[in-house]
Every structure is written in C-alpha cells, then in structure tokens.
Design a protein around this ligand. Structure first.
Ligand SMILES: [Zn+2]
Length: 175
C-alpha cells in the first residue's frame, strides 16, 4: 500500500531529510523493501502531511527516488560521496529542465537544506540511529536524554520485537 492508498504517514525521523528517506522501508542490504512513493499522488499526500503541499509540483519522481537512496547512503556513511555532490546533482538537472522555479519552492531544495544541516552537525550525526526492526531501516534522531531510543516507533517495530521475544520465550518454556 502506498500513501495515496491510505498507508499511514508516520513522521518519526525528527528532521525533514530523515522523514523523507523513511518514505520507503529498507532491507538490511539497503534495498527498498516497501515503496510508499509509487506515484505523484503519493508524494502529494506525503507533502500534505508535512504542510508542504504548496511546494512546486515535482515532475520527475524517479530522480527524487534516486536522490533519496543517495541521501540515505550518505547519512549512513556507506558512501564517500559528499553532501554537496548529492544535492547538486539533483538541483542542477532540475535547473536545466525548468529554470523558472525558485529554488526555495522546490521540495528537493527543502530536503537538501535539511540534509545539509544534519550532515554538517556532528552532535546531530551522532544521534542518528537506524531502526533495527525487520525490513524497516528507518532513520531518526534520538532526542531522548539517555540516548536509549531503539525503535522508529514503539507501536510498530517496538511492539513487533516485544511480541517476537514473548513467543520465543513461550516456545522455550514448552521445550
Ligand atoms: Zn522501525
């Protein structure tokens, strides 16, 4: 299910750039396990949830999806790419196709600005975690005082893990 089909939109990343990479669920191999931005209507639904529906309509969803992958790899430090490289590759191609759109009105520009602020702040980078839930891979800023947040959300991955532990224990007791 995608966003426009009613998939719930959970903004748990704490930063726009992180919520953006969380528009897919990810396998441990960094492949998309579940895509929630399958078409422009999905993107519009997501933007509405962020109160960003007034940004310029995105023409090229695929390059936004490519950008999302590169951005995630960058945040997870799985690539030697630089943030400016990743950001510029997008905005230059965009400027070429439609130079009349003001930079600050494109969602890509807003995400890029958020990404730059996250990626240039070491305190911030240190607090970014990846949810260990099965095929989740969501990123979030751990803003708890003791730095012990583990899950993207307790309602989804946290509870699934708790249930899995519970059943494992029951199985053990039966053996
Ligand atoms: Zn999760």
């Amino acid at each position: 299910m995608s966003y426009s089909e009613g998939h719930p939109i959970k903004l748990v990343g704490g930063r726009l750039a992180l919520d953006f990479v969380n528009t897919a669920d990810w396998t441990p191999e960094d492949e998309v396990a579940h895509e929630k931005l399958t078409n422009i209507a999905d993107l519009e639904t997501w933007l509405r949830a962020l109160n960003l529906e007034q940004t310029e309509p995105v023409q090229d969803l695929q390059s936004l999806i490519d950008f999302r992958f590169r951005l995630r790899q960058l945040i997870l430090k799985r690539t030697g790419d630089s943030v400016l490289n990743v950001v510029q590759s997008l905005d230059f191609s965009r400027a070429g196709s439609n130079a009349s759109i003001p930079f600050n009105q494109s969602i890509t520009a807003l995400i890029a600005a958020s990404a730059v602020s996250v990626l240039t702040d070491n305190r911030e980078l240190k607090r970014i975690k990846m949810c260990p839930g099965n095929n989740c891979g969501w990123l979030f800023v751990d803003e708890t005082k003791n730095g012990r947040r583990t899950w993207c959300s307790m309602e989804s991955c946290g509870n699934r893990a708790k249930a899995a532990r519970h059943y494992a224990k029951i199985r053990e007791e039966r053996l």
